[in-house]
Design a protein around this ligand. Structure first.
Ligand code: FES
Length: 512
């Protein structure tokens, strides 16, 4: 293998002549700007941005730059040789198997109480391929397929075939009766799995571990885990999460982001003044905002307080073309006093609101990118400012090390299904609530309260109707009537609250 060499490169952006670019690039920070810089130019000029003749005196604009980049020949990223985050442990029920899909692989996650471990198996029974995730954990702690009752141990061995005669050959012990198990582990409170059942990876954990986040095991940090199935692709999700501009689009200012390092394993960028972005391929995106504290003089002597850290951690897993899964967590070591007042499901309502706001536009964007083809991102997107550095770095990484797209193996060709209706696209119940222990509990609790209020309201009306005037004074009757109305209104309000927060919340940017 050739020794690594260091090259200085520039991220790929269209070449444009100075006189076309200057009005865009020379905007000062305080200058009042139109909503989009591109609206200043006639369409005919804009279309030239991607088609400048080499004979024109063209210079690259000041694009996101790669300062140093390690490059080795034949470095292809192997999507099936990395750990993937599946689900926070707190959202997994030990009493039932859970079906999931990652990289097009159907897996079942279940708690093996005999070994005190979460196991990840291929989600198909060796008998007739029924999904084991539709099964149960039997009384001996084995995973049981409910179709015909075959049972499997945590090692994947078949322990019981109910239809096999006791005095017949031990067919359950044949290798073909076993289920394939994936390497798995729990780290940072999350179940991880390695998407390859080949025996050579059986002890992969001793050689390679999932990316570790020390703050998630540090009691001085507070956080809540979140998970959601996302109805657009992994690439679009990663871009969206690492894009600092889209959060503050109207009052936005120039954002100075520079790439520090990019190689097969990911990249690091610095967003001025104090945020560091780290993409550890393929799963982890981490943004760390560090604020140095002033010296602490409370005890008579100066002492350095630990810096405040506000960390965005996103674990993104490709599910299938046009679908992915997000596990996110935002640890911080300051303003901890407010945590007891905000429960986990309240956090999630806010997070779902933020994520939902871009669902539709990102899904449509993905359709356009898919039409353009995985290697043409640089041709169809115009990314002239440093605010897009993270996205340019990601697309550069994807193109250079993965041929511009996820390798799904033989299962998918990369095409995506048409965009579904908004209500289906932004559904929260099936994409989050059923998979979140906290939101699921709140959902059931609110529904129970709603039904209780309805029953109470009807009961009060019935009491008033059944009782004679002499039995109830006017005051009591009026009080009952008010309570009945309040219960009815409360149940209606709860019904609306449940629908908006646990099922579907539409988002119209024009009226926000
Ligand atoms: S398909 Fe599982 S036991 Fe028959």
């Amino acid at each position: 293998m050739e020794a690594p060499r260091t090259v200085s490169t520039v991220a790929q952006v269209p070449l444009v002549s100075d006189h076309l670019l200057k009005p865009i690039c020379s905007l000062s920070f305080n200058q009042k700007r139109p909503k989009s810089p591109l609206t200043r130019y006639p369409k005919s000029i804009l279309t030239k941005f991607t088609a400048i003749s080499p004979s024109v005196s063209a210079k690259p604009i000041s694009p996101p730059e790669v300062e140093t980049e390690t490059f080795e020949h034949d470095e292809q990223f192997d999507w099936f040789s990395h750990w993937y985050a599946l689900m926070p442990v707190c959202d997994l029920d030990k009493r039932a198997p859970h079906g999931m899909k990652v990289l097009g692989l159907d897996v079942v996650v279940w708690w093996d109480r005999n070994q005190n471990e979460w196991k990840v198996f291929d989600d198909r029974c060796p008998h007739r391929l029924a999904p084991l995730s539709e099964g149960r954990i039997d009384q001996w702690g084995r995973l049981q397929c409910v179709y015909h009752g075959w049972c499997f141990s945590g090692a994947g061995n078949c322990k019981l075939i109910p239809q096999a005669p006791l005095d017949g050959p031990p067919v359950h012990s044949l290798p073909k009766a076993c289920v394939a198990g994936y390497p798995s582990t729990v780290q940072n409170g999350i179940v991880w799995f390695w998407p390859n059942t080949d025996p050579e990876y059986k002890d992969i954990l001793t050689k390679k571990k999932p990316p570790y986040i020390p703050e998630l095991d540090d009691p001085s940090f507070s956080f809540q885990m979140f998970n959601r199935d996302i109805p657009y692709g992994y690439e679009v999700l990663i871009e969206n999460l690492m894009d600092p501009s889209h959060v503050d689009r109207e009052g936005g200012t120039p954002i100075d982001v520079n790439i520090q390092k990019l190689d097969k394993n990911g990249f690091t960028t610095i967003e001025q003044p104090n945020r560091k972005w780290n993409f550890v391929a393929p799963c982890l995106l981490q943004g760390t905002l560090t604020i140095k504290e002033s010296l602490d003089n409370t005890q008579g002597k100066l002492a350095q307080k630990p810096p405040r850290k506000d960390i965005f951690i996103f674990f993104c897993a490709p599910v299938s073309p046009g679908n992915c899964r997000l596990v996110s967590v935002f640890p911080r070591n300051f303003r901890l006093w407010k945590d007891p007042f905000v429960s986990r499901w309240m956090h999630h309502i806010m997070q779902n609101l933020v994520i939902d706001s871009d669902f539709y536009l990102l899904r449509v964007q993905e359709e356009k990118l898919t039409e353009a083809g995985p290697l043409n991102w640089q041709k169809v997107c115009f990314v002239p400012t440093k605010a897009d550095t993270n996205v340019v770095a990601f697309r550069k990484w994807l193109k250079k090390y993965a041929g511009g797209q996820i390798n799904w193996g033989p299962k998918f060709n990369g095409s995506i299904s048409p965009t579904p209706l908004r209500e289906q696209l932004m559904d929260r119940y099936w994409s989050h609530v059923v998979n979140c222990s906290s939101c699921n509990g709140a959902y059931r609790g609110f529904n129970a309260l709603k039904i209780s209020l309805q029953v109470l309201s009807v009961a009060l009306v019935a009491i008033m109707a059944a009782s004679k005037p002499v039995m109830l004074s006017t005051t009591v009757r009026n009080t009952l009537a008010v309570v009945a109305v309040l219960c009815f209104v409360g149940s209606k309000w709860l019904s609306h609250f449940i629908y908006k927060n646990f099922h579907f919340h539409d988002y119209n940017h024009a009226f926000k």
